[in-house]
Design a binder for this molecule. Structure first.
Ligand code: 5GP
Ligand code: ZN
Length: 112
């Protein structure tokens, strides 16, 4: 998908500093942070709906693995963090390319 912002960032066609990248996904700072630390873990592959894929456990496993390792490496594992995926219209998802939010840096309010 050519005009997808996360695909463009993945390909380096839109500039956004990649804090981490492997064959499967990359990590960037959210442009409009909702917490002192707000990162996005994004697969390079354009994935619109999780339900479109049979290997959903592999997809999510790779993303959570990257998030957990990254959080450990930057030293926030003990303080804690929140991982969130918005999926589809009712969730308020804005960017139609699968991504995992990592929020931290303050006490987060309950889910509302
Ligand atoms: P969603 O609501 O789809 O789960 O979250 C999309 C997130 O992507 C939002 O938190 C939004 O601030 C972030 N975002 C949208 N466009 C860009 C962009 O061009 N660069 C970065 N770094 N984040 C973006
Ligand atoms: Zn995309």
């Amino acid at each position: 998908m050519n005009d997808c912002i996360f695909c463009l960032i993945s390909k380096g066609e839109v500039n956004s500093k990649k804090l981490f990248s492997n064959d499967f996904c990359f990590v960037i700072e959210d442009i409009a942070p909702k917490a002192p630390l707000h990162l996005l873990i994004i697969p390079h592959k354009h994935i619109l709906r999780l339900s479109d894929f049979e290997d959903v456990a592999i997809i999510l496993g790779s993303m959570f693995d990257a998030a957990v390792n990254y959080a450990k490496n930057i030293g926030i594992a003990d303080d804690g963090y929140r991982l969130v995926i918005n999926q589809g219209e009712n969730s308020g998802q804005e960017v139609p390319h699968l991504h995992l939010h990592l929020l931290s840096g303050r006490k987060l309010l309950g889910m509302g």
